[in-house]
Design a protein around this ligand. Structure first.
Ligand code: F6R
Length: 588
């Protein structure tokens, strides 16, 4: 959700920042821009659309210091003029976050004669900086921030300072060292090529960064030190493989994610976690989108394992209508990025109400880890495709292990076996392609299943719609006949997931009901007899390896991730960067 990069060093800044922005495009790709500073002059280029539109304009951009931005539009359309950086007088800024009180600030500044060029909330920051500046840069930054409401990661250039200033308040900023200087960025991939180590700015921190030196101050402008950690480059280096898209590469990493999550779990799972869960009156999962969908599966897994009342809630709902919790309750916040604004807020509210907060996250240095009482890592590695795939799988693996505490060795062994099957499945091209073709030639696609298969259906419908833009929806199989069956005809595909022997007979009824209304059916099943019964009667059958029902979601979800990926490619979409979306949704 908007990415910022800044550099001060001994190399040309424009190319270095451009390369960083390319790596941050998953955070937004509505527009991009760079400003460099040389000899007290700014050189700026900004364009609507993708970062690559800047590539031909870098040559004339002088200077070894600069800032850059890739935007996910919130206030103001995606246009050249709304692209960052925003400039005013001696300042240029890039911003990730939202300035909630920008309208009254803008009105006051306009009355004082300031002329605004964009419709963004961010532009006010440059104008306030310029209006309060009296030669004391850090003082101007502090005064400016004290007038803002909302959240911001800022990188700022001032014509009177050779380096840049970085500020973090509710939106992430890392400072990294390497490539002949220092960087600031929204996330590590932006700097992973050139940086050796990095630290994470804490809430309110202001960093004054020059080529040879980085001074960090707290919000009160007291000098502070932040721990620098090595950049694990291999996590971010996408080696020359045969994957044309991050999405495919990441689906193919599902198996590795299960194994890595199993490996790290023991280190994190101690410290009384089991006792907390066993003694809990309520266990509440909270998350958004795919993270919420994985929480649905978690709810099912935990229901057989703990006596507590167990619920999964959507964070954007829970923040305004939080479930009642006590000091015996455990809240499990699920978030790949650890930065999703709704999840953070809901988690904060529930923690304040007394609950013990566990974060299940793929991002060890993220905001959720700073407020959680306990952090359980999902070890998916950096996920670049906007659509979550391997992080969903890692979340499932983590929930399995949590639900099998205290002695999870047997479950771990089961997970490692299923990882081997997932690895083989990811190599499949034919069946995913066949079902993807059916999706692309259909007016709408319904995903249906019962029990745990219904949870997979929910995630599969989200995955297909977000990357292919084909209308898709999900239903528990028994719900079709209560209304949605009215939509079934020969142009509508139903993807039916049947992986639970105990519920198979019931789900088969749903297939019959669809076929008798001339609907198209694609079947995804781990059960050979179900596959045999419907082969030749339905449009496609994907028989998955026969794993136990409680583990089947790893395979059925992966199969349908592959279907979504191939449908996107067949439909001519970019699966890595779906329209209107961005990864890490740091605004409400
Ligand atoms: C869908 C997707 C989103 C995210 C959601 C939460 O493929 O990626 O629905 O799952 O925005 O993001 P995190 O997990 O970062 O909190």
């Amino acid at each position: 959700m908007c990415g910022i990069v800044a550099y001060a060093g001994d190399k040309r800044a424009a190319e270095i920042i451009y390369s960083g922005l390319e790596k941050l495009e998953y955070r937004g790709y509505d527009s991009a821009g760079i400003t460099t500073l040389s000899g007290g002059e700014f050189y700026t280029v900004k364009r609507s659309g993708r970062v690559c539109r800047l590539s031909k304009c870098l040559e004339d951009m002088r200077g070894a210091t600069g800032i850059g931005h890739t935007r996910w539009a919130t206030h103001g359309e995606a246009s050249d003029v709304n692209a960052h950086p925003h400039l005013c007088g001696r300042f240029a800024i890039v911003h990730n976050g939202i300035i909630e009180n920008y309208a009254p600030l803008k009105a006051q500044l306009a009355e004082a004669g300031h002329i605004f060029l964009s419709q963004t909330d961010s532009e006010v920051v440059a104008h306030i900086l310029d209006s309060v500046y009296d030669g004391d840069i850090i003082g101007a930054v502090k005064k400016t921030c004290s007038r803002l409401k909302g959240c911001w990661a800022l990188a700022i250039l001032c014509k009177d300072f050779k380096g840049f200033i970085a500020v973090s308040r509710g939106s992430p900023v890392i400072i990294a060292r390497g490539n002949g200087g220092f960087f600031a960025a929204s996330d590590i991939p932006a700097v992973a090529d050139g940086a050796d180590n990095y630290c994470v700015l804490q809430d309110g921190d202001v960093a004054m960064v020059e080529r040879d030196e980085c001074k960090i101050y707290s919000a009160e402008l007291k000098p502070v030190s932040r721990e620098f950690m090595p950049v694990e480059r291999e996590q971010y280096a996408w080696l020359g493989d045969d994957c044309s898209h991050h999405m495919l590469r990441e689906i193919r990493s599902n198996a590795r994610t299960i194994r890595a999550t199993c490996q790290k779990f023991p280190l994190a799972a101690g410290g009384g976690l089991y006792e907390r869960l066993r003694g809990a009156d309520k266990i509440i999962f909270v998350g958004c989108g795919t993270a919420y969908n994985s929480a649905l599966a978690a709810k099912r897994l935990f229901s057989g394992a703990y006596d507590a009342f167990i619920e999964a809630v959507i964070a954007s709902e829970a923040r305004y209508n939080p479930p009642a919790v006590t000091d015996r309750s455990v809240v499990i916040a699920v978030s790949q990025s650890g930065e999703t604004a709704d999840t953070l807020k809901a988690a904060e509210i529930l923690k304040e109400a007394g609950a013990y907060l566990v974060a299940v996250t793929n991002t060890g240095y993220s905001a959720i880890t700073r407020i959680a009482d306990k952090v359980l890592p999902v070890c998916a590695g950096s996920e670049i495709c906007v659509a979550a795939t391997k992080s969903y799988t890692g979340q499932l693996a983590c929930f399995h292990l949590m639900s099998a505490l205290p002695d999870y060795a047997r479950r771990k062994a089961e997970l490692l076996k299923v990882a081997d099957e997932a690895e083989k499945l990811a190599a499949d091209e034919l069946l995913s392609l066949r079902i993807a073709e059916l999706c692309v030639s259909s007016r709408a696609v319904f995903f249906i299943g019962r029990g745990g298969d219904a949870d997979v259906a929910t995630e599969a419908a989200l995955k297909l719609k977000e990357v292919s833009y084909i209308f898709s929806d999900d239903y528990p199989a028994g719900e079709l006949k209560h209304g949605t069956l009215a939509l079934i005809d020969e142009d509508v595909l139903s993807v039916v997931i049947i992986c639970d022997e105990c519920l198979a007979e019931k789900s088969k009824n749903a297939v019959e009901q669809i076929l008798s209304r001339k609907g198209k059916v694609a079947l995804v099943t781990t059960i050979k007899s179900v596959s045999d019964e419907f082969s030749g009667r339905v449009s496609a059958v994907w028989l998955l390896p026969p794993v136990p029902a409680h583990l089947s979601h790893f395979l059925s979800a992966e199969a349908l991730q592959l279907v979504a990926y191939r449908a996107a490619v067949l439909a001519g979409r970019d699966p890595d960067k779906p329209r209107n979306l961005a990864k890490s949704v740091t605004v409400e």
